[in-house]
Design a protein around this ligand. Structure first.
Ligand code: TYM
Length: 332
């Protein structure tokens, strides 16, 4: 049976990259009628230091973002990773399946650990094993993510394959990353070679889901571009990373292909295109921001939704963990 799992770290605010690369896809997949599980990965968040109050707030704000963007607790299980202990239990098993060499090659680890690897937390190193457990504890088959997470899904596939092989079973499915649409890698508005990220020191580099209309318009107006007019075909965006990024964002927000966008705007100057993009972004994002703000006024209601989601999730994860323990020889 097909099943969808994905997660987002509750660290800092949500960006337009998280929205176009992940949450918008989550909503599409919810509509497909497949069983969907969407998590706030709070245990992944603490692989780098988090202040407890900030983590609590970010977790609820992420939940508010999920709900405001159209995820429906009646259709999807929405929950915190820490409240479904089967994730960490399976992660331990995977710590014993994955190899040090595999994890050492993960680019996210290399980026986040920086030069001083000795000082990185063990959790940061083992991060992908927990991520594999997140996915496989539901026997999920499809994982909607942005481009930057593909390497981790590849590792998840390696772990599932090795587990099945080592124990001579056909137990874990080999999950597929789902990276679809024009905006699977949204870039910084200040530098077309860098990913848009919540950790970029420049606030002007990203659009946050909680930005108001003026901020969104201002950031788009100031976005870095080149002096040329827009091309009328996608091939004209080669070597123009900033132009490509803005067109991708437009296509992602409008649910259009890049070719269809360029058929409309090819030949226009950025002085004309940027206001069009700002208007589109405001019309799509400000209702979500307003709904997030409304939901954040009743955090007890958010917590209740997440508790219910965790209960649902455990009914699926529990039996899969038990079966895993049986396979590896744990006595009950
Ligand atoms: P995280 O929290 O960094 O990002 C959440 C999701 O947003 C996508 N994303 C982007 N997509 C396009 N352009 C961008 N600039 C951009 N920035 C972020 C990410 O690709 C991701 O889909 N390890 C994961 C969280 C995780 C997870 C999982 C995901 C934990 N367990 C299991 C899937 C399945 C992470 O750090 O995502």
């Amino acid at each position: 049976v097909p099943r969808v799992f994905s997660g987002i770290q509750p660290t800092g605010g949500l960006t337009l990259g998280n929205y176009l690369g992940a949450i918008k896809r989550f909503v599409d997949m919810q509509a497909s009628g497949i069983e969907t599980f969407y998590c706030m990965v709070d245990l992944h968040a603490i692989t780098t230091p988090q202040k407890p109050d900030d983590l609590r707030r970010a977790t609820r704000e992420l939940a508010a973002g999920y709900l405001a963007a159209g995820l429906d607790p009646a259709k999807s299980s929405l929950f915190n990773q820490s409240q479904v202990p089967e994730h960490t239990q399976l992660a331990w098993v995977f710590n014993c399946v994955a190899r040090m060499g595999w994890l050492s090659r993960m680019t996210q680890f290399k980026d986040k650990a920086g030069k001083n690897r000795e000082a990185a937390s063990v959790g940061l190193f083992a991060y992908p094993n927990l991520m594999a457990a997140d996915i496989l504890v539901y026997h999920a088959t499809h994982v909607p993510v942005g481009e930057d997470q593909k390497q981790h899904i590849e590792l998840t596939r390696d772990i599932a394959t090795k587990f099945n092989h080592d124990y001579g079973v056909d137990f874990f499915p080999i999950p597929e990353p789902v990276t679809e649409g024009a905006a699977t890698r949204v870039m910084s508005l200040r530098d077309g070679s860098k990913k848009m990220s919540k950790s970029d020191p420049s606030a002007a580099s990203r659009i946050n889901m909680t930005d108001d209309s003026d901020m969104i318009s201002q950031k788009i107006r100031k976005a870095k571009t080149d002096p040329d007019a827009l091309p009328s075909e996608a091939s004209g965006l080669n070597e123009r990373p900033e132009a490509r990024n803005l067109v991708n964002i437009y296509a992602g927000l409008a649910d259009m292909t890049v070719d269809a966008v360029l058929a409309d705007v090819g030949g226009k100057e950025f002085s004309v295109f940027k206001p069009m993009l700002a208007e589109l972004a405001v019309s799509k994002l400000s209702p979500i921001a307003a709904e997030m703000a409304r939901l954040m006024q009743d955090t007890a209601e958010i917590d209740k939704i997440l508790r219910q989601g965790a209960q649902n999730a455990r009914t699926v994860a529990g039996p899969i963990l038990e079966k895993t323990y049986d396979i590896i020889g744990m006595v009950r």
